[in-house]
Design a binder for this molecule. Sequence first.
Ligand code: ADP
Length: 265
Amino acid sequence: KPVTTDMKTLTQEIEKFAEDKKIEIDTLKIREEYRKDFLGNVSHELKTPLFTVQGYILTLLDGAMNDKKIREKYLTRANKGVERLIYIVKDLDLITKLEVGGLKLDREDFDIVELIQNVFDLLEMKAAKKEISLTFDIEYMSPIYVNADKEKIQQVISNLLVNSIKYGHPNGTTEVSVENLIKNKVIVRVTDNGEGIPQEHIPRLFERFYRVDQSGSRDEGGSGLGLSIVKHIMEAHDEKIYVESEVDVGSEFSFTLEKTENSSE
Ligand code: ADP
């Protein structure tokens, strides 16, 4: 073989090797950035409720413990703070599993109408506390069978409904609907007439820890992970999630699901 060809091949190989290494290093750098960013956010998210709980405990130790009424009030609040911490840690646990380990789906055929009804039952009290009514609108009240990971889809519906209650106006309404879409797909919509989301925030809504009201002053604030969990779950299903919103009018989150092959039209 002529030497020149070899030299050319060799050069190409070296270049390719260098390029691969560069990509590897770039990937590592991005991962490192991501890790730092994630840890920074995690400690920030945990700090606020921890200081709140500590505040109540210190006040109790400072003498508030002697008054039965105050004692009960502060212990209840401290417990609320701990509940919030547990909630955040659970979400963190889930998002870590989703982002690090990849998401394994456990697909089965199930009735989406029944699943939505179950989530309604679970959230009834929460909605009633804020005098928000949950309504369900489907084309017909018969079962609609879909093929998906039931537990994860329950989490998606629950996260969307919890948000619609959290960011809904008192006396408002949240409506869920299931409609046949093209061919073998259905679309589930969760629509509220709550505070809505300014357009400029919409592209970033599904990022983890992203909140419209970054101050965190909102006492109902969750972990800021709800929608990123939703996005991961829908991506794993190869399905789409949409959002439309207008300030002071309301928001609509919708996602598609695959119907069970032999399910009726
Ligand atoms: P959080 O724990 O803060 O609710 P999410 O990831 O679930 O985190 O939501 C991200 C942000 O999107 C929320 O902080 C809120 O600002 C906005 N948001 C989500 N759902 C709604 C909704 N239905 N109406 C108005 N704003 C919403």
